[in-house]
Design a protein around this ligand. Structure first.
Ligand code: AGP
Length: 610
């Protein structure tokens, strides 16, 4: 998720662009850049935060009252100067900033290179600049429309051209882009935060629309039809700035919990091959034979990423019949592990910078394992040191407690199950398609669960004063219990323990009394009668049961003191849904206890020190 701003008016563009980028920094902060046009195009880039761009432009004469700017969340191409937006065509006249993913960029790039174009960056975005150059016969909107007709994927795009000193073109498909209407000046931005200090009058572009800004009124058409004008209504923004950066949410954690339908869509995008009953992960850089040759997988991670790995173990062993080991990175790195021939080590890390996980990667490398990363932050150290891998494309996760990254990690592991299962012929075409259909349905099912927030908030209200919780689950629901307990611990400072439900009788049941709420992850599945017995054991000792379950688990619902019902899906995918209520339960208990959920005490978003 990147931040874009464009300006066309009478005032100097540079301060407006810099201020706008600062308001968009939460959307991504790998690199930043701006282009200003005043008889000639002047472009400045910087790696890292906007402050570094301010340093880079200091002392430069960036005159001009027309410009575009961008703050990057890398998806293709590491965070670097060469990959920073704005990006140009061969002539240096076409300049673009882009938010989104161009799925067919590799094929387009090959064709453009074949036609003599030279590329400067590793990004997918640069393809847009060269395509517009290809169609540039003096009409920038027409050239832009022609280029966009070839694009598969998503874009929020803003373009300027050295030969059109009073024009900016913008277009959107799948990534937001709004037009700001000032007094004789116009703006384009990824969201209102970037321009609210200048105008409250905006026009929300819809998918497939393209806008041309000049000193006259904005002209909006569709990418497919360049003649008819699209009539749009103006909206007066009533929000204040602080709210907008949070998208109307109280905290980034809440925002990120509610981004999960989109983040799961993003991690699925471009990977599912329903016809073939398979998935495609180009980033793994593994041939069919290399996939077949994998005899064992080792998952390595910390915290929430470790719990995602435990879920990976269940699905890969159960469905793909592939032996899996799961290791705490902090343990793995010191115990001189034995890595057998045919082992693929996957390191899982949202930040890609966790010191223990990085050290474990290096240890596994020393033992000659093939190292693959499942990472959110593009170009992070782990991503760069792995032999290949898969990016989550979940966008920046700012809240310290990992939420959308976890569900994206587990989604990737379910897709890996299809990949290895098909390569090993342990997953049939029918079963693969059933899994793909189940994956496709997840975003809407997550939306269903999020709509139940009021119920979950009421349960939090009833239990937020308790100081000890138990979280129980069996099979793949055990790692969900661990993750739910961790969420509560780290943001509310309440002691919570995740446990295999069957282990209760080996000690923890002594803890049960009326002061011990027990969260049981118990969706309908083959082992439901076992978890029912555990619920009985708790109830007979006056324990209170909060069940995360499904509508068909009627006995669970009947016995539980509180039930949060989630949609039913395949057992392998059910944890992705069951964890959502636990995220919200922890969130609301922490909020009711007055905790800072985005910045919990003693914690950091990325543990880069031992
Ligand atoms: C999860 O909510 C915690 N913030 C923490 O356990 C985290 O998962 C762990 O530090 C690993 O971080 P990583 O995924 O960035 O490597």
């Amino acid at each position: 998720m990147c931040g874009i701003i464009g300006y066309l008016g009478r005032r100097p563009a540079t301060p407006i662009l810099i201020d706008g980028l600062k308001r968009l920094e939460y959307r991504g902060y790998d690199s930043a850049g701006m282009a200003v046009l005043d008889h000639r195009v002047q472009i400045v880039h910087a790696v890292g935060k906007i402050a570094n761009l301010e340093d880079a432009i200091r002392g430069k004469e960036l005159s001009g009252s027309l410009g575009i700017a961008h703050t990057r969340w890398a998806t293709h191409g590491e965070p670097s100067l060469v990959n920073a937006h704005p990006l140009m065509d061969c002539t240096g006249k076409v300049v673009v900033v882009h938010n989104g993913i161009i799925e067919n960029y590799a094929a387009l790039k090959r064709e453009l290179v074949g036609r003599g174009h030279t590329f400067r960056s590793e990004t997918d975005t640069e393809v847009l600049a060269h395509l517009i150059e290809e169609f540039d016969h003096g009409d920038l909107p027409a050239a832009t429309r022609a280029a966009l007709k070839l694009i598969e994927g998503t874009y929020g795009l803003v373009v300027l051209h050295a030969d059109h000193p009073r024009m900016i073109v913008g277009a959107r498909l799948g990534s937001p882009l709004i037009v700001g209407v000032g007094d004789g000046e116009y703006y384009l931005a990824s969201d209102v935060a970037a321009i609210l200090r200048h105008t409250r009058r905006v026009i929300y572009l819809d998918d497939h629309e393209i806008v041309t800004l000049t000193d006259d009124v904005p002209e909006i058409r569709t990418v497919d039809n360049g003649t008819e004008l699209v009539v749009k209504t103006h909206t007066e923004i009533e929000w204040d700035l602080e709210q907008i950066e949070l998208g109307g949410h109280e905290t980034f954690m809440h925002k990120e919990i509610f981004e999960q339908p989109m983040s799961v869509r993003n991690v699925l995008r471009g990977h599912l091959l329903w016809e073939e009953g398979n998935v495609r992960f180009g980033g793994l850089k593994m041939s069919e034979d290399e996939l077949k040759a994998v005899r064992r997988i080792v998952f390595i991670g910390c915290g929430t990423s470790y719990y995602a790995a435990l879920l990976g173990e269940y699905v890969l062993e159960e469905i793909a019949r592939l032996p899996v080991e799961v290791e705490y990175a902090s343990e793995f790195r010191y115990r001189n592990p034995v890595i057998k021939e045919g082992t693929a080590a996957f390191v899982i890390s949202q930040s890609g910078e966790t010191i223990d996980t990085l050290a474990a990667l290096r240890e596994a490398k020393r033992k000659a394992a093939r190292i693959l990363g499942i990472v959110n932050v593009v170009g992070s150290t782990i991503a760069r040191e792995a032999d290949g891998g898969i990016y989550l494309h979940a966008g920046p996760e700012i809240g310290v407690a990992s939420t959308k990254a976890f569900t994206s990690q587990v989604t990737v592991l379910a897709m890996l199950t299809i990949l290895f299962g098909r390569a090993r012929s342990t997953v049939s075409l029918t079963d693969a398609r059933r899994l793909i259909d189940g994956l496709d349905a997840l975003p809407e099912q997550i939306e269903d669960i999020l709509r139940r927030e009021p119920e979950i908030k009421a349960i939090a209200q009833a239990y937020h004063k308790h100081n000890n919780f138990l979280y129980l689950g069996r099979g793949p629901n055990f790692p969900v219990a661990l993750e739910g307990a961790l969420k509560l611990k780290e943001i509310s400072y309440v002691h919570a323990e995740g446990y295999p439900a069957a282990e209760m009788k080996h000690g923890p049941i002594a803890l049960i009394d009326e002061h011990m709420p027990v969260v049981v992850v118990a969706p309908q599945n083959a082992g439901i009668h076992k978890i029912l017995a555990n619920i009985e054991e708790v109830k007979t000792r006056q324990g209170k049961i909060i069940a995360i379950t499904t509508a068909s688990a009627r006995d669970v619902i009947a016995k539980a003191d509180h039930s949060i019902v989630v949609p039913e899906t395949l057992t392998a995918l059910q944890p992705i849904l069951s964890v959502i209520p636990l995220q919200l339960l922890a969130y609301h208990i922490a909020t009711l206890r007055g905790c800072d959920v985005d910045k919990p005490r003693n914690l950091a978003k990325s543990v880069t020190v031992e």
